[in-house]
Design a binder for this molecule. Sequence first.
Ligand code: ADP
Length: 478
Amino acid sequence: MFRTIFAKQFTLYLSVLLLSFSILGAVLSQVLRLYLIEQRVESLKGTASNVADELILFLEFGESEVQQIINQYESFQYLESSAIVLDSDMAIFVSSESLELELDMVFDHIEFQRLRDGVPDVIMDGLPDIFPERHLIVGYPIRDRDSDELMAFALLISPVEHLENTIWGMYRNIVICLFIAALIGFILNYFISRTMSKPLRSMSQVAKQISGGDFEKRVVAKGRDEVGQLARSLNNMAESLNKQERDRREFIGNISHDLRTPLTSIRGFIKAIKDGAAPANKISRYLGIVLDETERLTKLADDIVDISQIQARESSLRKTVFDLNQLVRETARLFETRIIKKQLKIRLSFADGQNMVNADSEKIQRVIYNLLDNAIKFTHEDGAIVVETLVKEGRVWVTVSDNGIGISPEDQKQIFDRFYKADPSRGLDKMGNGLGLSIVKEFVRMHGSTIKLVSAVGKGSAFTFDLEAVRHLSPPKK
Ligand code: ADP
């Protein structure tokens, strides 16, 4: 029943309309009824008092005189009422002819008690047997002017049917207004909900297409309201899904390429050795190349594991307190052979004997490893590499610098992107896959820091990041 926005909106509108009109009708009719009856009572009371005043003079002249006054009164008709004059025993003395009452009637009913006691009174719907329609009776006592003795009573009987008619008329007008308001509401709601649901319908269609893998689809996002915002969010989501999909394809493409190259060369050399095609004096060199290529594959596998963890956001930090200097020393030692082979000078310069930090040691080792790996790769023979720590404002700052080939300002903007290699043709980096710095950047970011780079082409590069320092720690027992 409430499946569409229109149905929901219109039902709500109609309920509010019905409720407010019912309350309005009930209150208005009550107020109007009271007001009309009060007015009628007031004018009847005034007339009754006048008639009573007049009757005092004519009572003693007998019935016909009194009847004349009553007829005269009735002929005015502006109050649409009839009159009865009762004698002091509450029996009919004279009555309007239009009432057609039997003359021997006595008004000794309980509702006339107050009047019998001499108090002017208003009786609503009294004597239903005689006056079946709704009416008002205003009774007024007539007293002798000298002795103040009760001589007679004047009763004015006025039907209130027309008052009810006025109220019913008001009800009718309210119902007509209700219908008009409902009709206008129906038309307005129809158009408003159509303008609201149209973009929603198109969004749901686009969302279906996106979930089906068509990330190029976009919604027309107009307006600043919630629907417009939703449309823009949906477009942003589609954009980011599209980018993720592009990245994923590019990633797989790059990886396949990086896997195929070493595998082809391993296969070629092994085949040559197996078939006996390789000269005996070159076998050792060939095996050396095969070993390099397997190292390259191992590094690629490690990088892929890191990247996929970062992508899946599974990679959480396992922080411990450790000596960063020790970690730097151990990591540098892994490069000993390469450093000696390239005749590089390496200097480790630490702020203190121990620099304790609170960090994920495995990830920080990967960061330092990748930075040192690059520094060694991109520094010519006889070059120098420095790893330096510095303590400032509760953080330990680590800088890995070299006096190698340096990085141009344009490349500096991109080297932290996945698979980006500044200039593969330079030949210094045959092993690289362009993933190292993107892993460095992400691992450093996870530690609440950013990696900074200062570099000049031909002069060298310096990469810096910082970690939370831990102070006042007693040195470990030896
Ligand atoms: P890779 O894993 O192939 O080394 P990286 O992401 O670590 O990839 O590095 C990306 C590129 O940044 C490298 O190909 C290189 O061009 C440049 N680069 C990184 N470190 C240095 C450095 N110390 N000196 C000069 N160029 C560097």
